[in-house]
Design a binder for this molecule. Sequence first.
Ligand code: SF4
Length: 109
Amino acid sequence: MPQQRSPEPERKRGTSTPPRDKDTPWHAEAVCRRDEAGLFFAPSKEPTAARLSREDAAKRVCADCPVRVECREHALVQPEPYGVWGGLTAAERRVLLARRRRRAVTTAR
Ligand code: SF4
């Protein structure tokens, strides 16, 4: 759930994460709760190279986030039009949503 946040200490890849408390909202465990580095949303008039670099940095944070799946689904269902959510940029989410829609139409026939 990208909001103003900064990456907290990153978890090591491949380490198992403890099971989540199902009564706790997924965003309570968001690694990016305070995005002080401003990684997840573009400032206005951001040059392309800076955007790509910022998005890669945000995705690295997402890669180790324990609620990445929930976050991604939230961003797809809403849909969230801006920012990196669940390791996907807005453009990547649009592509994924278009694929889902096409799949839904195909299976409905
Ligand atoms: S997956 Fe990324 S955007 Fe979503 S809560 Fe985790 S760190 Fe934030």
